[in-house]
Design a protein around this ligand. Structure first.
Ligand SMILES: *Cc1c(COP(=O)(O)O)cnc(C)c1O
Length: 409
């Protein structure tokens, strides 16, 4: 078996000449782990002792009764170490780095969640770690920068361009060209040049493998629908892959609708009208760009879904109509989050709440003996600043002002 470079019309590997040999070696190393059953055993053992795997599948009985339709089940990726599915990808790539004998890792991060996950992995495996982050994001995501630095990672603010994620990705590639002998680039999602889309999706496929077994043992049959939020596409592909061949299961990806699909303030690549095919950051996909190929500014209340591109694997599944894509607005996301906290005592990440929105819209149309699964990609603790702001909570504001005053004295 060899790595798939193209997924239908999408994907590829558009990389600088200087990185050809590095990518060739990475591809060989990936083929070795992929074809070695001992790797998967080592990986699952690591995830069961260092992270929360297998993560539970929770029957959300109160929400199910509230909507009066399908039985709602939540796959709890929030119970992973560092609070999201990102740990799956990062720990898997950590094991790969060990096998390749490299001593340093680099990563890009937008909101900082992938940076934190990579920093934990580097600390555990004794690797040197540098994380590139747009200067804007460094300012906006101070708590994550703080933890990365405390775990021994060097965080480098990127001053180019819009000073956000896409600039950080470019800078990480520049570093890699210079340091490819000892360095591995831990890419954060199922995007980028081959073999990253396939490799990251494969590492995340542990989610769907567990979920399929769990739903059959808890509910007696496979789900009618599976919902997941779509940023780069790794958590959605993680749960979707296992169900792709299952006729009775419909797959639904939910993108960031921001202020609405007509507002031009969103990050909907596959279900809106503002994206078109293009090649950037080493691969071909649907990008949010203007007619000249200039990348547009995206918006989402959730930093993790705020990205111009999308996995080439999802672009292919979209074109083949194997996955249905929808969007949830910022406002709908806050409402779904509120309901989930009150009914189930679960605090979803803003990203994951996009999947909840769409599932809640559709649950009433299904019968009570059907099940649906929502992939809860992460927990909401990280979003306390944004969520408290959205609630316009006066006592929270007072707390922030009071804290700031302590440092002004
Ligand atoms: C990073 C992140 C996402 C988006 O990434 P995908 O690659 O699309 O999964 C979604 N949810 C959470 C909680 C995240 O941290």
């Amino acid at each position: 078996m060899s790595t798939r470079k193209y997924f239908g019309n999408w994907g590829g590997s558009y990389i600088p000449e200087a990185l050809h040999e590095t990518f060739r070696q990475l591809d060989i190393a990936y083929q070795q782990i992929r074809n070695d059953p001992a790797f998967w055993d080592e990986y699952t053992a690591l995830m069961s002792t260092y992270s929360g795997r297998p993560t539970p599948l929770t029957h959300a009985e109160n929400l199910s009764n509230h909507f009066g339709g399908a039985q709602i089940y939540i796959k709890r990726e929030d119970l992973n170490h560092t609070g999201a599915h990102k740990a799956n990808n990062v720990m898997g790539q950590g094991l790969l780095v060990k096998r390749m004998g490299k001593t340093r890792v680099i990563a890009e991060t937008g909101a900082g969640q992938h940076g934190i996950a990579t920093a934990t992995m580097a600390a555990k495996f004794g690797l040197e770690c540098t994380v590139y982050m747009g200067e804007e994001d460094v300012l906006r995501q101070r708590p994550n920068v703080f933890w990365m630095e405390k775990m021994g990672t060097t965080v480098v603010p990127v001053m180019d361009g819009s000073k956000t994620l896409k600039d950080a990705i470019n800078e990480a590639f520049r570093d890699w060209v210079t340091n490819m002998d000892n360095t591995h680039y831990v890419f954060g999602t199922a995007c980028g040049p081959a073999p990253y889309p396939e490799m990251v999706s494969w590492l995340q496929s542990i989610i769907g493998q567990e979920a399929a077994e769990q739903i059959v043992s808890q509910h007696g049959k496979l789900p009618a629908r599976v919902y997941a939020c779509v940023g780069g596409g790794s958590n959605s592909l993680g749960i979707f892959q296992r169900f792709l061949e299952e006729e009775q299961t419909e797959l639904v990806g939910v993108e960031a609708g921001g202020h609405g699909l007509d507002s031009s303030q969103h990050a909907a690549r596959l279900c809106g009208n503002d994206a078109s095919a293009g090649i950037a950051q080493g691969y071909k996909t649907m990008f949010l760009q203007n007619d000249d190929g200039q990348m547009l500014d995206t918006h989402s209340v959730s930093a993790g879904l705020d990205y111009i591109g999308v996995s080439p694997i999802l672009a292919d599944l979209w074109e083949k109509k194997a996955v249905r894509f929808e969007a949830a607005t910022d406002q709908e996301v806050i409402e779904a989050l509120d309901l989930t906290m009150r009914k189930e005592g679960i605090i979803p990440a803003l990203e994951s709440a996009h999947a909840l929105v769409q599932a809640f819209k559709e649950a009433p149309e299904l019968s009570k003996d059907e099940a649906i699964i929502i992939n809860m990609s992460g927990r909401g603790d990280k979003d306390i600043f944004t969520i408290a702001h959205a609630y316009d909570d006066p006592s929270w504001k007072e707390f922030i002002i009071d804290r700031a005053a302590q440092y002004r004295k």
